[in-house]
Design a binder for this molecule. Sequence first.
Ligand SMILES: [Zn+2]
Ligand SMILES: [Zn+2]
Length: 343
Amino acid sequence: MRSIRLLAPGKLEMRDIPDRISATETTVQVDVSACGICGSDLALYNGRRDLSREHYFGHEFSGIITDAGKGANGLRSGMRVASELVKGCGRCWFCRNGLQNYCKSLNDALFPGGFTEKTLVTNTEAYGFLSPIPSVLDDITATLMEPANCAFHVAKRAEIKPGDSVLIFGLGAIGLIASQILKSLGAGKIVGADRSELRLAQVRKSGLLDVVNTNDADWLEQIKEMTAREGVDVVVEATGAPAVLQDAMSAARTGGRIVVPSVYFNSIDGFKPLPIMRKELTIIGSKGPAPLLKSDGTSAVVDKVIELKSALEKMITVYEYKDALQAFEDARNGSAIKAVIKF
Ligand SMILES: [Zn+2]
Ligand SMILES: [Zn+2]
């Protein structure tokens, strides 16, 4: 079976590996149709995350169940599914304290992950990592279920109120998907900010958001003119660059909220935390994916992805399997917002 393997940082290889996979008591087997490249995959590729500690590669995938194992959570052979976190055990300290996203991680769930043609996925009465894909949703858009879950978690952590102004720093997939979810939940004016000319041009062309270039000397003035003079109600800091947290504190209004889904690897030189007290800022971490379920127990993220399908499609660049290495290159240099590889 076909597999994109990361041998060492910067060293990707496409290889045919023996197909010795079969579902067990605690897993189902999924034949992958497509898998998106996440910032965390790029962090492994770039050597910013420790490859030896990860059990899987690729976690934003869709596919078809070819062996449902014991069939927990209603999963059956032949079902189309996409990855996301849907169920924690409900018994551990995290689950009992509203932190189901810390119960079990994708690292406990995917063997070897979505960059291989067939993968096993943990599925038991206690843990669920797959959602069925309704027929109105294609396999490519469905790969956005996991990042949409993370972005939905950002919106939940933002506790958005009708009419709240929003500033999104970092126009990668999470920032952009979060902007669309926040809009759908009633946010008022939403502005995107980035310093990459390439990314700004892509977003302008997509028509998804009004944008500001943070290289402009008057970027803060521009944002305040577009939102409100007092500053922005909710700031989402999704760049991954710690120094931008300072800009987020400048842009937030007094009493504003700053949500941080960024994975920071570096420290901040000259960080000035005074505005946290002076402006009574609330700084909130957001670690997705997290189970986001409707009262009938099925995924709320699926409905949101269907609702936002036409906006989400604008973020995707599709690559055939043979062009997988190009997909990683384009994801790395920013020319693809969300690169999705088709198996
Ligand atoms: Zn991801
Ligand atoms: Zn738990």
